[in-house]
Design a protein around this ligand. Structure first.
Ligand code: ZN
Length: 218
């Protein structure tokens, strides 16, 4: 089972946010995630031995399905309004505070020649502000890289809030931002959670995938 969001479904974009009951998708293209801000084009995988490092992938090739792995970190799926160019990003506190999502959108925007106002972005299930306790180094990074973002408390981090703040500043329209605000730690029946599960069952992650729509629809 994968969770879907109407903002992306309405564009004809096949996608899903993983759960503990998701089937395998062996052809999905995923990078070797390192909590950075590098975003790859799907064509960059071709000239590469092994799996290239990156925390996001974008593609305009409708034969290609792309994705990111998460278990508490925030998965973000994005598409142009035409549905023909898509991206998937992995954002923990390091990547999120350093701006992986806006920099990934810049890549989509540049390669597809689409303004930010015509990008749809959906934030998936992640560890919520109810459970995500963080230290001062996290807020130091946020103040440095994402000035202007504030929360009532700095004991926790709201990844959804931080990334939404960055998206609005970058020019994404509020109506084009979707969210599945389910906390991965509060819902062990649905999600793997590195913090919640610890070493139990090993370090299992969930796949979040997206594929461009067929443009003959238009
Ligand atoms: Zn929670």
């Amino acid at each position: 089972m994968y969770l879907r969001h109407p903002l992306l479904s309405s564009l004809g974009v096949e996608h899903g946010f993983g759960t503990t009951a998701s089937d395998l998708r062996p052809t999905c293209l995923t990078a070797c995630q390192v909590h950075g801000t590098k975003v790859l084009s799907s064509c960059e995988f071709r000239n590469c031995d092994g799996i290239p490092e990156g925390d996001g992938v974008v593609t305009g090739d409708k034969e290609v399905e792309i994705g990111v792995w998460t278990a508490d970190c925030l998965p973000v799926l994005s598409a142009t309004k035409s549905g023909t160019f898509v991206g998937a990003f992995h954002a923990g506190w390091r990547g999120a505070s350093a701006g992986i999502v806006p920099s990934g959108l810049k890549k989509i925007s540049g390669e597809s020649r689409t303004p930010f106002s015509e990008l749809v972005v959906v934030l998936g299930p992640a560890i919520g502000p109810c459970c995500y306790e963080v230290g001062p180094e996290v807020w130091e990074a946020i103040r440095m890289n994402s000035p202007g973002y504030a929360q009532l408390t700095e004991r926790t981090l709201d990844l959804w809030g931080l990334v939404t703040h960055q998206l609005l500043r970058a020019g994404v329209l509020n109506e084009n931002i979707g969210r599945i605000s389910l906390c991965t730690r509060c819902h062990p029946e649905l999600f793997y959670s590195h913090r919640g599960w610890g070493k139990q069952r090993g370090k299992r992650s969930m796949l979040n995938f997206i594929r461009p729509a067929n443009d003959d629809r238009h």
